[in-house]
Design a protein around this ligand. Structure first.
Ligand code: FES
Ligand code: FES
Length: 183
């Protein structure tokens, strides 16, 4: 079990209140002991070592810390780790399979939807939630879904194109699956 005592020096950690929690992260069950005040973003990065979840502001503005919480995008700097007890979390590390990228990742690669990459994990997870709920979004719907994620580099144009390309490719995949089933 991982224990994470944030800020407290090791010698005082013994008196720090802790809560035990179990959370499913990218399909893997994790049991941890954490301080009740620990933010979900810090648990993901420091206790689980999943540093694809970025922290850009800590004040719910930038969206760099976005993860999926039971499939819905949340800003993990705005939740306590203990609120995730018994829930499913997906981080950017959970998007690709062992052998292939998620169509959203392919879309960002093909459309050059990033420059420095800092906002990219959060953008991808917001896009993932959108395409799960709405596989054929309009450009306006993509822009609305990403409106909680800030990018200081790209001007957004290629990010929107990347998500639309991913939607197209997911639709092709579904169509080929349907064709396969009717043969
Ligand atoms: S770090 Fe969470 S919104 Fe910016
Ligand atoms: S690519 Fe740099 S912040 Fe978005």
């Amino acid at each position: 079990m991982t224990s994470l005592f944030e800020v407290m020096p090791a010698e005082t950690a013994v008196d720090t209140p802790v809560r035990k929690l179990t959370v499913n992260v990218n399909g893997k069950q994790e049991t941890l002991k954490v301080e009740p005040r620990l933010l979900l973003a810090h648990m993901i990065r420091q206790a689980l070592g999943l540093t694809g979840t970025h922290v850009g502001c800590d004040t719910t503005n930038c969206g760099a810390c976005t993860v999926l919480f039971d499939g819905a995008p949340v800003k993990s700097c705005t939740m306590f780790a203990v609120q995730a007890d018994g829930h499913d979390i997906t981080t950017v590390e959970g998007l690709a399979s062992a052998s292939e990228l998620d169509p959203i990742q392919e879309g960002f690669k093909d459309e050059h939807g990033l420059q420095c990459g800092f906002c990219t994990p959060g953008m991808m997870l917001s896009a993932k939630a959108l395409l799960t709920e709405n596989p054929n979004p309009t450009e306006d719907e993509v822009r609305w879904a990403l409106s909680g994620n800030l990018c200081r580099c790209t001007g957004y144009q290629n990010i929107v194109k990347a998500v639309l390309l991913a939607a197209e490719s997911l639709q092709h995949q579904e169509a080929s699956k349907d064709e396969g089933e009717t043969l």
